[in-house]
Design a protein around this ligand. Structure first.
Ligand SMILES: [Zn+2]
Length: 181
């Protein structure tokens, strides 16, 4: 499969998003309806995975993590999307081949997901005068006089990527109004 567009797989977009019933006979329509509604074991695996991953996953991530071959996972996920169980989160991730891929979520996870978009978690980092050198050491000199390894850091949370503003003993009062505990 070279295209990320699921309509290439089944041509569903030509049929108003519903599975095609090629001969318009009752039999083929009934078959199409069954495809649309029946949850099989493979669908259940995808639902189970997305239940455990409420922030969703791309098709590629599901294929890697479940694991499930691409030509099995994608058609089942497309069917789940047609059933309304799995929906486009509106977020995109880059695949390993640097293409944009839809992050799929369970319908029941859509609202909290949208209420807490990724952008809001990535607040503008506070200003910092610290940085990592090429060996990965945090360099934190005094922001005022440049004294090496200044001992007083403000707004530092390395876990959150906040490197902080740093001051020596003499200049710690220049800190941005936040008293050090
Ligand atoms: Zn200083």
């Amino acid at each position: 499969m070279t295209s990320d567009d699921e309509s290439d797989l089944f041509g569903y977009s030509l049929y108003g998003g519903k599975p095609p019933s090629q001969k318009h006979s009752d039999t083929s329509r009934a078959a199409a309806d069954r495809i649309k509604k029946r949850i099989g074991p493979l669908h259940a695996e995808i639902i189970k995975f997305l239940t455990a991953n409420p922030r969703g996953a791309t098709d590629e991530e599901m294929q890697d993590a479940i694991p499930m071959p691409a030509n099995t996972q994608r058609p089942r996920r497309v069917e789940l999307t047609q059933m309304g169980r799995v929906v486009d989160s509106s977020h995109r991730k880059l695949t390993e081949s640097k293409r944009e891929a839809v992050v799929w979520v369970l319908l029941e996870h859509l609202d909290p997901y949208l209420a807490k978009p990724m952008e809001r978690e990535e607040e503008t980092p506070p200003s910092t005068n610290a940085y990592y050198d090429k060996d990965g050491n945090l360099i934190h000199d005094c922001a005022v006089c440049g004294a090496k390894n200044a001992g007083h850091g403000f707004r530092v949370s390395l876990r959150k990527g906040m490197l902080g503003m740093w001051y020596c003993d003499e200049h710690k009062g220049e800190g941005d109004g936040i008293q050090q505990a």
